[in-house]
Design a protein around this ligand. Structure first.
Ligand SMILES: [Fe+2]
Length: 240
């Protein structure tokens, strides 16, 4: 039996990651998987990346926020996001990211895959077609059917939409663990999932746990970042 911890869309929310650590003891897992978006919107990108760097059994990919931070660090222009309050968060992150952590991000792929027993598992930030596709559980069945048909993966793990779900379509298991650090559904608690694979059987469990949101708010205030983010973290909704 393999126990896999599924994390993603942490968005530099280290207090939420620590709360998960306390709750579920990640080092007991055979593997820790991260669907990307380590960075941006909270002030703990270094602590978040360090947490993964110091663990051996991890499989991580980049998300769109990470890719944009790397673009800035390469001296390239940032076309999106356009909104000023969002851009501030990206530039704050690139200014504050330690070189060893940006080097780590640069080493990560945009998507990857791995095998557990005989089960092939694909890991994507958006979907296997597009790293920026926001795939919600409410998407038409035909979209999931197409993703199932186009791949050799029995399990597809995805992030980006920040919506936790698990559905089986045409024999393919689609899992989104939700967002550890930036929920959009009005419930500010941290979201994550556990994938158990035993003798070819697949089981998924989702969790929502509270974390000290005020630590994130304090970090934003200390760095004089836009007030709108404090509100977003407190209510667990996207307002920008
Ligand atoms: Fe995200």
């Amino acid at each position: 039996m393999k126990k896999i911890l599924l994390l993603g869309d942490i968005h530099a929310n280290y207090p939420a990651l620590k709360a998960i650590q306390k709750h579920i003891k990640p080092d007991r897992f055979d593997l820790i998987v991260n669907t990307g978006d380590f960075t941006v919107y909270s002030t703990f990108p270094n602590e978040t990346i360090q947490w993964f760097r110091e663990r051996k059994k991890t499989i991580c990919i980049l998300g769109n926020t990470d890719r944009r931070v790397l673009r800035i660090l390469k001296g390239k222009k940032l076309k999106r996001p356009k909104k000023k309050e969002k851009r501030v968060m990206y530039f704050w992150t690139s200014d504050n990211l330690l070189p060893k952590n940006s080097t780590y991000l640069k080493s990560l792929p945009q998507q990857t895959d791995f095998t557990v027993g005989k089960i092939r598992i694909g890991l994507f930030h958006g979907t296997l077609d597009d790293p920026d596709e926001e795939l919600f559980d409410s998407a038409p069945a035909s979209r999931f059917q197409k993703l199932a048909k186009n791949s050799s993966y029995q399990v597809q793990i995805m992030g980006h939409s920040h919506v936790p779900y698990y559905k089986i379509v045409d024999g393919v298991h689609f899992i989104n663990p939700g967002s550890v650090g930036r929920m959009f559904d009005g419930d500010p608690r941290a979201s994550f999932a556990v994938l158990n694979i035993s003798a070819g059987n697949i089981a998924v469990e989702h969790f929502r746990i509270p974390y000290p949101v005020e630590k994130v708010v304090e970090g934003l205030k200390e760095q004089q970042l836009p007030d709108i983010y404090a509100k977003m973290f407190r209510i667990g909704k996207k307002l920008n």
